[in-house]
Design a protein around this ligand. Structure first.
Ligand code: MN
Length: 493
């Protein structure tokens, strides 16, 4: 798990010199109290900053925030009026995400005591409007959260957004390695890696699979023994893979591959990777359990060279760090078109992350018709039921589009005796028919990030932080208006 307290969000209060020293002291005290309250509740560090009262002070804090390695975003609040022309230069320099907290120190109007001094101090109702105007006039994407700062819903929105800001920071710094190229002829998993670096900051580079094989071949027997003990502790191992089993050598080879991948990624500082069954020269198995476990430990993964999904798996895992539930590479595999109970069977030939499992995880080895290698070891389990979503990042040629489809996942209570993979069953919202229709109209990929613990709003905020298009398919989606939304996206972007 990542230590989220290493990330700072700066709490910046705007004011001006008009009201005198005493008012400004109160502004500072209130701001510090709010910042401390938020810091005590948030997974990240919320850092109180001195009130900014002039153009120079605003410019300085925006420049400092943009340059800081620790600062991943700022929260702004105008306790009093803060004339917004003072903010123009600073906001032009600001490169970090901004949350505009539209709150007020006092929750209630103190009817019997309120006078003009009180009114001059508690001006956010109009001070924040002045600030909001300037952000809108400058066409700056930002989050606006409204309500009293002690309100639990306000707190939740700030925390959710702070996790998204962590995701942006991760995307900006991500190094992704592709072992080999994309699966031949496939369109949606490909894309413009130069544009991806320009927009997201992430580096996407290729290594020949031989470079990985060199790491796999260097793994020691002692390392393999230790990892297999871990397998035996955590999973139910099928009899043929146990110490006396006929397929024990497959488990040893799988462990060697996992350690090779792990060592390669650590050595290169990579947070995510892809591979493809079409390029496995020098490897004896297609990595199954290895890729599943790398995902479970927080790495991004995409099958068949799908680097965009791999990056999103990594970023969403970082965003959700420490939360219950999981995030996995996923594929819409097969349909259940029963009109009473229509569902998608989500799976992959091997590489689904056990963080989404409902409980028991089995470690098994079976033949795989694709890839032409030895039988791969894999983790077999069912995904948990509940609300979830699928997220896809596609390259539209000239721009990126994020697509979200909220789904309802069902308990997997059927046996799949001849399908030894991970399995998830869900129904897209608003319905199988409309959900899949909208997904296909939006150009959503067959690969997704399947998330049990992030929200649609967080993906929308993530898209806003990069100023890219996002389309949402949820309970309210109607095809006629959805088509108009897609057409509008073509015009806007
Ligand atoms: Mn696939």
């Amino acid at each position: 798990m990542i230590d989220l307290k290493q990330f700072e969000i700066w709490f910046v209060t705007g004011s001006q010199h008009l009201y005198g020293e005493e008012t400004l002291l109160q502004v500072a005290a209130h701001s510090e109290e709010i910042a401390k309250h938020l810091d005590s509740k948030a997974p990240v560090k919320i850092v109180f900053k001195p009130t900014v009262k002039t153009s120079d002070e605003i410019t300085a804090i925006c420049r400092e925030a943009s340059a800081s390695e620790k600062c991943i975003g700022i929260i702004t609040w105008m306790h009093t009026f803060s004339p917004a022309k003072m903010w123009i230069t600073g906001l032009n320099l600001l490169t970090k995400p901004l949350l505009h907290l539209h709150t007020q120190y006092n929750r209630d109007i103190p009817y019997s005591e309120i006078d003009m001094d009180f009114m001059n101090l508690n001006q956010s109702a109009h001070g924040d409007r002045e600030f909001g105007f300037m952000m809108t006039r400058m066409r700056k994407k930002r989050k606006v959260v409204v309500g009293h700062w002690q309100n639990t819903s306000v707190l939740k929105q700030i925390i959710d957004w702070s996790r998204v800001a962590i995701g942006k920071h991760e995307m900006n710094h991500l190094k992704l390695v592709r072992f080999g190229d994309n699966m031949r002829h496939v369109a949606v998993t490909d894309g413009d890696k130069v544009e991806a670096q320009k927009v997201f900051g992430m580096e996407v580079n290729t290594h020949g699979v031989g470079d990985l094989v060199a790491f796999i071949n260097q793994v020691s027997d002692a390392e393999i023994d230790r990892l297999i003990s871990e397998y035996e502790e955590v999973y139910s191992i099928m009899p043929s893979l146990t110490k006396e089993g006929a397929k024990r050598s497959s488990l040893i080879e799988a462990a060697r591959i996992e350690l090779g991948i792990k060592n390669f990624l650590e050595d290169g500082g990579y947070g995510a990777y892809t591979n493809t069954f079409e390029d496995l020269h020098g490897m004896r198995q297609l990595p199954g359990i290895g890729s599943q476990r790398m995902m479970a430990s927080g790495y991004g993964y995409g099958g068949e060279g799908d680097w965009k999904t791999s990056a999103m798996v990594r970023v969403m895992k970082v965003m959700a760090s420490g939360l219950a539930g999981g995030n996995s590479f996923m594929e819409d595999y097969t349909y259940h078109f029963d009109p009473v109970n229509p569902m998608v069977l989500g799976s992959h030939m091997l590489e689904i992350c056990p963080s989404i499992s409902s409980g028991k995880v089995n470690c098994e080895v079976h033949a795989l018709g694709i890839g032409g290698k030895e039988d791969p070891v894999r983790l077999v389990f069912n995904a948990d039921k509940g609300d979830a979503m699928n997220v896809s990042l596609v390259d539209m040629g000239g721009r990126f589009r994020l697509i979200v489809n909220e789904v309802t996942a069902h308990e997997v209570n059927k046996e799949f005796p001849k399908l030894p993979t991970a399995r998830a069953l869900w129904t897209p919202k608003p319905s199988m028919e409309v959900g899949c229709q909208a997904w296909i109209l939006a150009g959503g990929a067959h690969h997704t990030v399947y998330s049990q613990n992030l929200s649609t709003e967080q993906i929308e905020d993530f898209a806003d932080m990069f100023d890219i298009e996002v389309v949402v398919i949820d309970a309210d989606t109607r095809i006629r208006s959805f088509k108009k939304e897609l057409a509008m996206g073509d015009v806007i972007y």
